[in-house]
Design a protein around this ligand. Structure first.
Ligand code: ASP
Ligand code: MG
Length: 419
């Protein structure tokens, strides 16, 4: 049994849904197909959730209509017969959604967010599954929320592995079907309230399913040929990494490679399930294989993070930044949920590089401002090079001024400003 994951870009319109079906037809194995919301639907749904929570009725109705029209326009190209039974099914989902957004907001934004944003995956999987059936693929729609159980930390739910193992093994049976179609990113609490696993969480869902059902392999289908050594947005001579170790994949995801969600690798590694990252545009190419092997790729990999903020923190009396201060400082970052991309300390100051998340930064500054001097610089760039050498460093620092640098044996990181 295989687990396939198709992201938003691979189901962004009718043509791409048809392409997905063609890919499935190339395989004779049983496949669990995990799908994300269509195109940029999750971003649209985040807006809908905001309008709902803040009571902006006009914008709420408008964006709900847009959202609906988008899905129906995809369907029109897939099911030409306007009487096709799938329209009724999809309409029922929209009615439920309408009911939710016509109600009153709860006091918990994260809860409401999950109840609304989850419709993206419910709809995409329903539409794709209906289309597969239409072209005579033996497919069945599965509600992942009946199998993937989580705690109630909405928007960032943690998997309840014990219940998930039990339910998923019971529910995910092929029974004469070839394909089970299910939602990425979603789960539910023990009381059956919908949760989400964090943005871009569908890769992780595929890994959870593969782990529990002991899949032979996982394939993540992308609009790039595999894992590249840099984002083609920044370099035009990127190199495909044909084979990388789980360890390298974890490191690359940690530093910010956007191809694989960081949580995906761990469950696969535990059961040595190979992961392929392949192109849905050229599905016959071999892509990248992530597996258990001990040699390192050694091809330099570049990861760029733009719009970085470097925060410098020092004690008001210029006393040493010792462990007790670090505890206070790092505690403030953890409590406010701001990830640290890089940090470094000297005797009297502590420097932390983060994404420009205004809201969270302001809260941290308010919290630490009493006790510390805080300065910051915006509009910086953080570059990470794994398997660096002097040449690769020179390449990325052209016309840049490096203001903070950290190196270990394999990885160099630099915070830079334009000069
Ligand atoms: N649709 C969700 C998102 O865009 C989950 C995913 O795509 O993995 O974040
Ligand atoms: Mg997505």
């Amino acid at each position: 049994m295989y687990v396939f994951k198709f992201g938003g870009a691979s189901v962004k319109n009718a043509e791409s849904v048809k392409n997905l079906a063609k890919i499935l037809q190339k395989f004779s194995e049983n496949i669990v197909v995990v799908i994300s919301a269509m195109g940029k639907s999750t971003n649209a749904l985040e807006q809908i959730a905001d309008f709902f929570f803040t009571g902006n009725q006009v914008e709420l109705n408008k964006s709900f209509d847009d959202f609906k029209n988008f899905h129906f326009s995809v369907m029109k190209d897939l099911f030409v017969d306007s009487e096709h039974s799938s329209y009724k099914k999809v309409n029922e989902v929209f009615e439920k959604m309408q009911l939710k957004i016509s109600g009153k907001a709860s006091l918990n934004y994260d809860f409401d967010y999950d109840q609304i944003v989850s419709y993206g995956e419910i709809l995409s999987t329903l539409i794709v599954c209906e289309y597969l059936k239409e072209i005579r693929i033996k497919a069945e729609w599965m509600d992942i929320r009946e199998s993937l159980k989580t705690d109630n930390k909405y928007r960032e739910a943690k998997v309840d592995w014990q219940n998930t193992e039990m339910l998923m093994k019971q529910n995910f049976l092929f029974e004469g079907k070839d394909i089970l179609v299910t939602q990425g990113f979603l789960g539910s609490t023990i009381n059956n309230l919908t949760t989400t696993l964090g943005r871009e969480g569908s890769d992780y869902t595929a890994a959870i399913i593969a782990f529990v059902l002991e899949a032979e392999k996982v394939i993540i289908w992308k609009d790039v040929p595999g894992v590249l050594n840099a984002d083609p947005k920044w370099f035009d001579d990127t190199v495909l990494l044909e084979k990388i170790s789980y360890k390298d994949a974890i490191e690359l995801a940690f530093y910010g490679t956007s191809v694989i969600h960081p949580k995906t690798i761990q469950p696969l590694k535990k059961k040595s399930i190979p992961l392929y990252v392949k192109s849905f545009i050229e599905p016959d190419l071999s892509g990248t294989l992530v597996t258990n092997h001990d040699y390192d790729t050694l091809i330099p990999v570049f990861i760029f993070k733009m719009n970085q903020v470097l925060i410098s923190i020092s004690a008001r009396d210029l006393s040493f930044i010792a462990e007790d201060y670090m505890e206070i400082i790092l505690g403030a970052f953890a409590r406010n949920g701001l990830n640290i991309n890089l940090m470094q300390n000297s005797a009297t100051s502590f420097q932390i590089c983060v994404n420009n998340d205004r809201n969270r930064i302001d809260r941290i500054v308010a919290e630490l401002g009493q006790q510390f001097n805080i300065e910051w610089e915006n509009a910086l760039e953080l570059v990470t090079i794994r398997y660096f050498d002097e040449q690769t460093i020179e390449r990325v620092t052209v016309q840049k001024e490096v203001i903070l640098e950290q190196r270990n044996k394999t990885t160099a990181q630099m915070v830079m400003r334009n000069c």
